[in-house]
Design a protein. Structure first.
Length: 422
């Protein structure tokens, strides 16, 4: 090498950028060289080559954006002497960036979108490139809150698991400096909309909502960020013993607002329909015959499923002229029968039906007739005896009262005489 070549080499060396070896934990910029099997090869300052293995890419990066020539920020984890490569992490560089963003979102109350990756009995877990966040059950909106009979923990967990992978609009309500405690709230994200909707709501309003929960005592319906209860007595005009027969979770329903007590909203489905008792009263009267299926059988009678969900009672005594030991010997659930209306009080929501009234009473034999007459005579005798006993009791009471009055009068007279003698 000549002196001229050596001088040129020294000049080029002085003009070349300083070789700065990246330190472990440092966040540096690089340019993607290529992506192969989710592993990313990165050019660092045209001086080093680094590798981001697939597990260090993270879950917030869209793989389709990792293209050759794209600039990215990565954290240095170390180096591989054997490969002559820097070991880099895109995920950990993003953690620092994401934590900074979360702090900004917390301070600004900005609504963001997160997607749960796991669930436990307390709520939903969020993984943001290794940063662990949490949406507690108490911070879920009524639409997602687990309405479970008896607060069964297994059913609650099953419900929460069904929300994994669903996008949630939330606000950050807690974040610490090291990212150890990050809490999100779905309720907080709709606070303003909810307050506005509650302020505009009034009794008598008809709204469309979604069934968010079904319990034995009624249906929960959410609308405009609010939630109200359709009590079991307000689901239908007829008897409701199982609300789940009338609706399913997620089903759209129209409801009427019938009560507002602070944040407790009472709703009704049945009041959007004409009162079936009024409809029935226009159509039927006592002694009319109705045809309908038997809906259920109890110890004291059977119920017919009349129009509009009204349940008409056939009392045990109205099943047959004979002795009825088991109603099922005469009728079955689901069987369509004819019955006569023997009592109808629409205002009291009562309707009495009879099967035996449609059948002639069996003729009595002379023996049965005599026995009945004898029974009636005995009843009459008992009645007379009771009347006599009552009259005697009244007479005895009067006699006792007279004696008591006479005794008091005599005592008073003696007392007066004694005073005069003194």
């Amino acid at each position: 090498m000549t002196d001229k070549d050596l001088a040129l080499f020294e000049e080029l060396f002085k003009e070349s950028p300083e070789i700065k070896y990246p330190k472990t934990g440092e966040v540096i910029s690089g340019t993607i060289i290529k992506v192969e099997k989710k592993n990313v090869l990165v050019n660092v300052n045209n001086q080093f080559t680094g590798l981001v293995v697939s597990k260090e890419v993270g879950n917030t990066v869209d793989p389709s954006t990792l293209l050759p020539g794209t600039s990215i920020e990565v954290m240095v984890l170390g180096d591989s002497v054997e490969r002559g490569l820097l070991i880099l992490s895109l995920k950990r560089a993003n953690q620092i960036k994401n934590l900074s963003n979360l702090e900004k979102f917390f301070n600004s109350s900005e609504v963001i979108t997160v997607r749960p990756t796991e669930a436990n009995k307390g709520g939903l877990l969020i993984d943001i490139d290794g940063l662990k966040g949490f949406i507690p059950v108490s911070q879920l909106t009524p639409l997602h809150y687990p309405r479970v009979e008896g607060a069964d923990p297994e059913k609650i967990l099953a419900h929460l698991n069904s929300l994994v992978g669903v996008d949630f609009k939330v606000r950050v309500i807690n974040v610490d400096e090291n990212g150890k405690k990050i809490i999100f709230s779905e309720k907080a994200a709709i606070k303003e909309d909810r307050e506005k909707a509650l302020g505009n709501l009034k009794e008598g309003d008809v709204v469309e909502g979604v069934v968010s929960g079904i319990l034995t005592y009624g249906l929960f319906v959410t609308f405009n960020g609010l939630e109200g209860l359709v009590h079991v007595s307000e689901i239908d005009w007829g008897h409701v013993n199982n609300p789940s027969k009338f609706a399913k979770v997620g089903m759209k329903v129209k409801v009427k607002v019938i009560g507002l007590d602070t944040e407790k909203i009472s709703l009704s489905i049945k009041r959007l329909k004409e009162n079936p008792w009024d409809v029935l009263a226009k159509k039927y009267k006592v002694n009319d015959v109705v045809t309908a299926p038997i809906s259920r059988i109890s110890q004291f009678g059977a119920f017919m499923d009349l129009e509009g969900g009204i349940q008409g009672l056939i009392h045990l005594s109205e099943i047959s002229h004979g002795v009825v030991k088991d109603i099922r010997d005469f009728i079955k659930v689901g069987e369509e029968v004819k019955a006569k209306i023997i009592n109808f009080e629409p205002k009291k929501k009562r309707i009495g039906l009879s099967l035996k009234a449609l059948k002639p009473a069996p003729k009595q034999t002379k023996k049965e007739s005599d026995k009945k007459e004898e029974t009636e005579e005995k009843k009459e005798e008992v009645k007379v005896e009771k009347t006599k006993a009552k009259e005697k009791s009244v007479e005895t009471k009067k006699t006792t009262e007279k004696k008591t009055a006479a005794t008091k009068k005599s005592s008073a007279k003696k007392e007066t005489t004694a005073k005069e003698e003194k």
